[in-house]
Design a protein around this ligand. Structure first.
Ligand SMILES: [Zn+2]
Length: 336
């Protein structure tokens, strides 16, 4: 196994922190979240996640991808951050390891998730991976979550769970959106799957951009960190939006989709396989399909080709930069 140059892995992490400028306090919030995740991982986040995935995954193994965020009436079919990251990760994991990804979400998120996967398969021109990816429904009613998680677990025996922009509960059991509103009732209790994974020693990775997502419990549990990192909530629980559900690796990015792309870029470098990462044109096709299927921008709640209020142009630019970083490794190897 080749050792990836650490400089390129650092660059990949940094590319995925772009886009915080222009919104008061956002760049500082991102930097603090990243620092905490980095200190947990002890290496670039794309490297930590890729290393753990390579050690864990094998042909035919089931991997659960949790995504789907946003509540009616603003976001009845969820937001554009999440499905694209899940699709790119699903494709990367099938191509890299021959795994069987299952995208787990409530039925109302199914349309945008499937449309995004299909768009990537059409656009990337190598759609045979698509047949290995399935959607697994998860019941919306929170009181059946524990039973549903156990049943799904028994059926597929996953070897890893990766959560991408999936909101989770704070210390009072309340799940918040980024505005600090209580959206608990609108989100299924998929965190039960992470609880099972922890008990059984199965790999968990949480990708997020604000701290209210599953996985962030690992970096936000210390009192000092909660004070410096957590956004206050705006609901009667009078706490913070910080999700207390932990994950083994936490990936912080400006946009959660980009965190998933960083993981795939990390795998591309680790395995020396540049085809794992998608193209800017695939980004456009995926975003169009996702929005057409009902997803909206998570910040503006508009049916626009944006993710977290950041333009398609910027989404494409990040993919271009990530591809450039991966290509640098290839170039440096051919110069040896
Ligand atoms: Zn609250």
């Amino acid at each position: 196994m080749r050792v990836a140059p650490s400089r390129i892995l650092e660059t990949i992490d940094r590319i995925c922190l772009l886009g915080g400028a222009g919104v008061t306090g956002r760049a500082r919030e991102l930097a603090r979240l990243y620092k905490a995740a980095r200190s947990l991982a002890g290496e670039p986040l794309c490297a930590a996640s890729a290393r753990r995935l390579e050690a864990t995954l094998h042909p035919g193994a089931a991997v659960l991808l949790l995504t789907g965020a946003g509540a009616p009436p603003r976001l009845p079919r969820g937001e554009t951050d999440g499905p694209l990251g899940a699709a790119v990760l699903a494709r990367g994991l099938v191509l890299a390891f021959g795994t069987r990804p299952l995208v787990v979400a409530e039925a109302r998120f199914r349309g945008p998730i499937m449309a995004t996967l299909d768009a990537l398969a059409d656009s990337a021109g190598d759609g045979s991976w698509r047949r290995a990816v399935r959607y697994a429904p998860f019941p919306s009613r929170r009181n059946s979550a524990t039973r549903a998680a156990a049943a799904l677990w028994d059926r597929v025996s996953p070897v890893a769970i990766i959560s991408i922009e999936r909101l989770g509960p704070n210390s009072r059991g309340v799940t918040h959106n980024v505005m600090g509103e209580d959206v608990t009732a609108a989100h299924a209790g998929v965190e039960s799957l992470l609880t099972l994974a922890r008990r059984r020693g199965v790999l968990t990775i949480g990708v997020g951009d604000r701290g209210n997502e599953l996985g962030f419990g690992s970096i936000m549990t210390r009192r000092s960190r909660i004070a410096s990192l957590a956004r206050p909530c705006a609901c009667p629980c009078r706490s913070t939006i910080t999700c207390t559900v932990p994950a083994e690796v936490v990936v912080v990015a400006s946009v959660s989709n980009w965190g998933a792309y960083a993981m795939v870029a990390g795998l591309a470098i680790r395995l020396g396989d540049a085809r794992l990462l998608h193209h800017p044109k695939d980004e456009t096709r995926m975003l169009k399909a996702c929005v057409l299927a009902g997803a909206r921008d998570g910040i503006s709640a508009q049916r626009r080709l944006t993710v977290d209020a950041l333009s398609l142009k910027l989404q494409r630019a990040v993919v271009t930069l990530l591809r450039g970083a991966v290509a640098r490794l290839k170039a440096s190897e051919s110069n040896l």
